[in-house]
Design a protein around this ligand. Structure first.
Ligand code: PGA
Length: 238
């Protein structure tokens, strides 16, 4: 795992966006897996500005949402699909058919997840990931196996509680659908992103602790092309 630590949040955002623009220029057909959450908000805003300025194009790219919350109204603005749509997709020239997302209300969840894995194929060109305070990746909570497929999962209690900031109501989701670790590990490149001091402890454990399913993010140390990109606050213990 390459560790890239930046001295400010703005230089962290600038670097991630610059690398991302570069990946799209060198491979316009880039297949991406993207998270929602608070971590990428500034990155998506900066990349949206690049797209508006004509500096980057998603015209031949494809985007897969990393996960989706279950048990919410279809139009709940906190759902991953809507968050990504608002924060990035609406601002870029991605063809609508190239935005893939998980539907927790699909009549046959197992089949729907299998179809998502079929569409993903042999992994993504690039996966962006946030990290949970317990090391979860997407909704791959501690204990998730390395070969896990896209599937329905129950969220840990701490994950449910910390999701409160995504919603304007108290009906917090207790389950969801997530791309599995298998597709993440099969992808050509993975960027694990973290900002802010709250992530400092789990980032230190991820880099220095045991490689174990108890901390799913630590498993990324087994990936051949994974970079950890952190701002100074999240990387303060490294
Ligand atoms: P955050 O969430 O980006 O909102 O901190 C990350 C996560 O829990 O996966």
């Amino acid at each position: 795992m390459n560790v890239l630590k930046f001295d400010s949040e703005s230089s962290w955002i600038d670097c991630v966006c610059s690398l991302w623009r570069d990946r799209l220029v060198t491979n316009p057909g880039l297949t991406l897996c993207l998270p929602s959450g608070t971590t990428p908000v500034g990155i998506y805003a900066a990349l949206s500005r690049s797209a508006t300025a004509g500096l980057v194009s998603f015209a031949r790219a494809s985007v897969f949402a990393l996960d989706e919350f279950g048990g919410l109204a279809p139009d709940d603005p906190g759902r991953t699909r809507h968050t990504l749509q608002r924060q990035l997709i609406d601002a870029v020239d991605l063809p609508p058919s190239a935005f893939h997302f998980l539907d927790p209300d699909a009549p046959d969840t197992h089949r729907h997840c299998g179809d998502y894995d079929d569409a993903i194929g042999d992994g993504f060109d690039l996966v962006l990931l946030g990290i949970g305070l317990n090391g979860h990746l997407g909704m791959n909570e501690p204990g998730s196996p390395l070969d896990s497929p896209t599937r329905r999962v129950d969220l840990h209690g701490t994950t449910v509680q910390s999701s409160a900031r995504y919603f304007a109501h108290q009906n917090l989701p207790t389950w969801g659908l997530t791309v599995g670790l298998k597709a993440v590990m099969a992808s050509k490149e993975v960027w694990l992103l973290a900002n802010g001091e709250a992530k400092a402890g789990i980032i230190e454990q991820t880099v220095r602790g045991d490689i174990s399913p108890a901390n799913p993010a630590s498993l990324l140390r087994r990936h051949p092309n994974c970079s950890l990109l952190v701002d100074a606050a999240a990387g303060v213990l490294l």
